[in-house]
Write a protein of this length. Structure first.
Length: 436
């Protein structure tokens, strides 16, 4: 009767006339639910109701004692089974949990009532104390509460190909390396020029190694190392264009065009340098008065050294200088340098001397000799990049009501000055014109 969901009624013969006592039988708690993800909820279908079996006073044969017979003096006590539906409100008769039982749980009683069934450890969450002191496994709660109280970390994974980690393709290749070499060759001429200038700046080598071999006479008598490297970069850049076009223009065009651009820029620089040098005669000495040329004192001559160009009263162009070879420099000065003539000023010699000295200081010349009584000045000019040094001599003499100023500028080394001495004299005399 208890398994069928009904109630058990008992009545013996001695108490037949007394009111019927009803002892409700508590239903066992439901079996614990396994903590698995519940499927999608389906609409509940009401279970068909079964009619309760009728109440009967007949005694089952199994309840009759084996020693009793119909002719006995007294009828043995018998047990009468009455099956019926539980009444509404029977659950309210269950007493509440006592405070002295904080750790009790109906889990063990439920397992005993359903036939000694055991619960798996994985089906029961760790008990969590409630407000009333009782703890219930999470499997006995609703699905919503189980999901709300679970504190498990979410699972995540990164898909990996079957062969392991995917190998990254190496960038570049032979074509890329070759084009990198082409770019380096295009930069080589500029680097050679900078290295030569740095060596001359620091005094590591002289002008022959830092300038002449770099630009004029390197691997060949008329070819410096920097122009030779530029020719090599022309060839490598042309080959780089062909290789980039065959190997994949979209991938290699940047390096190929970079090598070509650098090569063209270098060639343009050397062409401009050659044109600039061709505009000036291949000389290194300019003076305003060759009839009575200026010479230098011992201070300047000792600073020039024994390997410097000679300071001559009437120099001539060297025989290996090309155009104008063997001609007097005085003639070439008068033809190519308009400033190569005496400067006439209306100032007195002392004022003219002070004016030319201020002009020399403004041009960055380092004054070596300063003699106002003799009207003589000597100084040294230094170029910016290659640190070439030129010596300058100035003479101030009275001329009529004013003064006459003569200047001579001569380079210490090199066959040509690319017009530097002529431009220097022009700037100095131009500074005297406002005071004239």
């Amino acid at each position: 009767a208890a398994a069928a969901g009904g109630m058990l009624f008992t009545r013996d013969e001695a108490h037949r006339d007394e009111p019927l006592k009803v002892e409700p039988v508590r239903q066992p708690p439901p079996a614990p639910m396994v903590e698995t993800k519940a499927p999608e909820p389906q609409p509940a279908v009401p279970a068909p109701t079964q009619a309760a079996p009728p109440v009967t006073d007949e005694i089952p044969e199994g309840d009759l004692p084996l020693t009793w017979s119909p002719g006995a003096t007294a009828e043995p006590p018998r047990t009468e089974h009455v099956v019926g539906k539980p009444r509404k409100g029977d659950d309210e008769d269950v007493p509440a949990a006592l405070p002295s039982m904080p750790d009790m749980t109906p889990l063990g009683a439920a397992a005993t009532a359903i036939g000694g069934a055991t619960l798996l450890k994985s089906q029961i969450d760790r008990p969590k104390a409630s407000d009333d002191g009782l703890a219930f496994p999470a499997s006995l709660k609703s699905n919503a509460s189980v999901l709300a109280t679970r504190d498990e970390p979410s699972l995540s994974f990164t898909p990996v190909p079957a062969g392991g980690k995917k190998k990254v393709k190496a960038k570049g290749g032979l074509v890329d390396h070759f084009l990198t070499i082409c770019v380096a060759l295009a930069l080589a001429p500029v680097l050679i020029v900078l290295v030569g200038a740095a060596g001359m700046w620091t005094g590591a080598w002289d002008w022959r190694d830092g300038y002449q071999s770099v630009l004029a006479a390197g691997p060949a008598p008329n070819l410096g190392w920097a122009p030779a490297a530029a020719l090599v970069s022309v060839l490598s850049s042309f080959i780089g264009l062909l290789v980039a076009a065959l190997a994949g223009w979209k991938r290699h065009w940047r390096k190929a065009l970079t090598a070509v651009f650098l090569t063209l820029a270098t060639l343009g620089g050397f062409a401009a340098l050659g044109w600039w040098e061709g505009q000036s005669p291949r000389i290194h000495d300019v003076a305003t008065d060759w009839s009575e040329p200026l010479l230098f004192t011992a201070n300047i001559m000792s600073a020039r050294g024994p390997d410097a160009n000679l300071v001559e009263p009437n120099p001539v162009v060297p025989l290996d200088a090309g155009n104008g070879a063997g001609r007097p420099i005085a003639e070439i000065n008068s033809e190519t340098c308009g400033a190569a003539r005496p400067a006439m000023v209306s100032m007195q010699p002392d004022k003219a001397f002070a004016a030319i000295r201020a002009a020399m200081a403004a041009q960055g010349l380092a004054v070596v000799t300063d003699d106002p009584r003799a009207g003589r000045l000597e100084a040294t000019a230094t170029s910016l990049i290659y640190r070439f040094k030129d010596d300058v001599a100035v003479r101030v003499r009275p001329q009529g009501v004013g003064s006459r100023i003569d200047i001579r500028s001569i380079s210490r080394v090199g066959n040509g000055d690319m017009g530097a001495n002529c431009r220097r004299i022009e700037r100095l005399t131009a500074a005297l014109n406002p005071a004239a």
